[in-house]
Every structure is written in C-alpha cells, then in structure tokens.
Design a protein around this ligand. Structure first.
Ligand code: TRP
Ligand code: SF4
Length: 400
C-alpha cells in the first residue's frame, strides 16, 4: 500500500457571519495548508448547537454562508475536502462509542468547560451535549485519522483530550493475540536495512526516551511502500510499546497568524460587536472604520497623538507597508495628518481585499447547483473515510 501524505483536519462553528478575524486568523492559514497536506475542512454544525440549541433558526443560513465564503476566499474543492459535520453521521457513532471509555473527570477538567459557562452566563450550558463538546471534537479528528489539526491556542486542550482518548482506545482495543510476533514479522517485511534502522530507533526511544528517534521512526514508517495498512498500525503501536494504533494520536498545528484587531482594539470577535464581516457592503465597511475610536488624546486635529494608544494602528500592522506605517507615526505624533486621512488608507486596503471576495460570493450565490455539488461530493468523500474507520472501530469493540 502506498504511503499516505499527512492528513490535516479542521472545523469551524457556524454561529455567525465570517469576519476579517476568521479570514486573517484561520482561513489564510487553511489556504496555505491545502497545498501542503491532504486537507479536510468541515462546518461543525453540531458543535454550534451545543451552545445555541435554543435558537436554531439562523443555523442553516450560517452553514450555507460559511461554505460559500470558504469557497469565495479560495478554499478549493480540488485541493481540500469540504463538508458538513451532520452530513457524516458516523461522527456521532464514534462520539457515542468513545463516550464509553472517557472518564467524566477528563471532560470536566477541560478549561473551556468552566470558562465558557462563566462567559456565556445567559445560556444554560449545564447540558450533556456541552460537556461532551471536546469528545465530539475528538471523534471529528480521530475518525479521519488526522495527524495534524490547525487550531488556535485556546483549542490545544481539546487536541490533548483527543490524544488521551486515542491512547486509551488503543490501549483497550489495540491488543491482539500474538501482537509482538506479528509486529516482528512486519518489521522483517520492511527489508534488511530499514528493519535494522527501525529496531535501532525503537530501542533508542524505549530505552532512552529519545524523542528524536521516535520521530525518525515514525517518518520511516510513513515512507514505507510495502506494508499493509494493518501492519503499519502495528508498527506505529509497537514503536511505543503496547498495541496496535487503531486511532493515531493527532497533533495540534499551531501557526503564527496575523493578529486581527477589532474596531475597538480588542480581538475581533462577534461577542464584542467589533467585527467587519466578509459580506459587509462597502459603505458599511467604510462607515465602521471611519467611526472607529482613535487615540483619545487627539481631541482636535492639532493635538498630536500616539499610534500605540490607537486601535487604527492595529489595522496598519495588518494592512500597511513599512512606508505607510512611518507616515502614520510621523504624521500622528506631530499632528501632521488627521485621523480621517489616516483611516482612509485602511478603508482603501480593506475594500481592496474584500472586493474580489465579495465578487466571488455573488457569483457563487448565483449558482446554487455548483455549491451543492461541491458540498455533496465533499460529504461523500469524507463519509468514505469515516465509514472505513468505523468498520475497524466496530470490529475491535465487538460490534462487527
Ligand atoms: N472547537 C473548534 C472551535 O471552536 C471547532 C471544531 C469542532 C474543530 N471540531 C473540530 C476544530 C475538529 C478542529 C478539529 O474552533
Ligand atoms: Fe490613530 Fe491615525 Fe489618528 Fe494617530 S492619526 S490617532 S494612528 S487614527
């Protein structure tokens, strides 16, 4: 069996319109990843319901807009599999089966559980679904055997939970009679030189805890052309000691992204009401930017200011080149420029960025059949992979 490229999976909750924070913080990263890995990107509509279950009215619209906006910014169905979580019901089956082996304490300890309950006080999040949020996320990831999950800092504990659950699953169900013998036979099938290298790296990891040897051995296995899938799973598991790795452990893919400030200088976020949506009409974008607060010291045009105390400066960090930024610092601190003048550069830059995106949104909204086909094909492709994993999972859990 040919070696597989690393698989990347990520999801987004459809709880509102996409804004520049999503674009600069997440989507631009996905655009790059789709050319480097085998990518699966999905709309996490069940996850949206864990917090917004009382008001499902806007959900279908948000799902649709999210899919269209992804395609409009350049997520390409030729490079990435784009789908909707609820259209692959296997996620729910795996979530259920994983719930059998997940201690309650693991879920209660995930920081977002208490944090979000505190922050979203107006919602009753003392529900079974909300507690299970990170376990559903683990199922999303493990069902595709994704090795890399691009997420923000706040999501890292969720990926760690997914790793722990995978490890427990493999420990409980990855055992098979004669595992070590089967593994040794598989090592021999790698050929003399490769087998010697694998054994050496495995020994270095197991005896000396050498992480680098572990990584090298993993890479060696990834590159193996003449091992069956089952043998590969055995050898990944054998490397670390115990058992077959039916569900590989995923790793977070933390990527430095441009920090997109909101209109008030805090992080751009729907809950702060400080966003510019990808679909905001140009007049509204301009109005929002022109009415942004500035350095409070600049009461009159003749008062000098300090960009460090001005939210507009955060936008210049994202949108302006060196020269423009020098112009801002010089003009602001000497009262040489006015705030409207300063903001106009941002208005121009944001509108130039949004123009082609909004053009493609318009095109796609005019061709619902195209969007439907792309998403249906994505869901089918995702389902094929999910079904295969579930067959293995059922098998080892006594449900074959
Ligand atoms: N919890 C993620 C977020 O809020 C969304 C999500 C759901 C996700 N399932 C996932 C992200 C699986 C990565 C992988 O951003
Ligand atoms: Fe902010 Fe620019 Fe006005 Fe200075 S000139 S206060 S940076 S908007």
């Amino acid at each position: 069996m040919a070696s597989q490229p690393e698989r990347v999976l990520s999801g987004m909750r459809p709880t509102g319109r996409l804004h520049l924070g999503h674009y600069h913080g997440v989507l631009k990263n996905w655009l790059r990843l789709q050319h480097e890995y085998e990518c699966f990107f999905f709309v996490a509509d069940w996850h949206a319901l864990t917090t917004d279950y009382e008001d499902p009215g806007p959900l279908a619209g948000y799902v649709h807009e999210m899919l269209v906006d992804w395609l409009a910014v350049g997520i390409s169905p030729k490079s990435a599999t784009v789908f909707v979580q609820s259209r692959v019901p296997e996620h729910a089956e795996l979530h259920l089966l994983l719930s059998m082996i997940t201690p309650l304490g693991w879920l209660e300890r995930v920081p977002s559980y208490k944090d979000q309950q505190e922050q979203l006080k107006e919602k009753d999040l003392a529900t079974y679904g909300f507690l299970g949020y990170p376990l559903l996320q683990a199922a999303d990831i493990l069902i595709y055997k994704a090795s890399r999950v691009p997420v923000g800092e706040d999501q890292v504990p969720h990926i760690e939970l997914a790793r722990e659950v995978a490890r427990r699953f493999n420990h409980l169900y990855g055992g098979e009679p004669g595992f070590a013998e089967k593994a040794e036979e598989a090592v021999d099938r790698m050929g003399k030189r490769q087998a010697r290298l694998y054994r050496e790296l495995r020994r270095r990891f197991q005896e000396q805890g050498d992480r680098e040897a572990l990584e090298r051995a993993r890479a060696l296995l990834e590159a193996q052309q003449n091992l069956t899938f089952a043998d590969k799973e055995r050898l990944f598991g054998y490397l670390e000691g115990h058992a077959r790795q039916v569900l590989p452990e995923p790793h977070p893919l933390l990527t430095p992204t441009a920090k997109m400030p909101g209109l008030d200088g805090r992080k751009m976020s729907k809950s702060y009401g400080n966003t510019i949506a990808l679909r905001d009409p140009p007049e509204e974008v301009a109005r929002k930017l022109r009415t942004m607060p500035t350095d409070p010291a600049r009461v009159r045009r003749t008062d000098p200011g300090n960009p460090e105390r001005c939210p507009v400066w955060g936008f210049h960090q994202v949108y302006s080149d060196e020269e423009t930024r020098r112009w801002v610092v010089e003009g602001c601190t000497t009262a040489g420029i006015g705030c409207l003048e300063c903001k106009q550069r941002i208005v121009d830059a944001v509108l130039a960025e949004l123009r082609p995106i909004q053009g493609r949104i318009l095109e796609l909204e005019g061709d619902p059949a195209l969007v439907r086909t792309v998403v249906e094909e994505g869901c089918e492709r995702a389902r094929d992979v999910a079904r295969e994993t579930m067959e293995e999972v059922r098998q080892v859990m006594g449900l074959a």
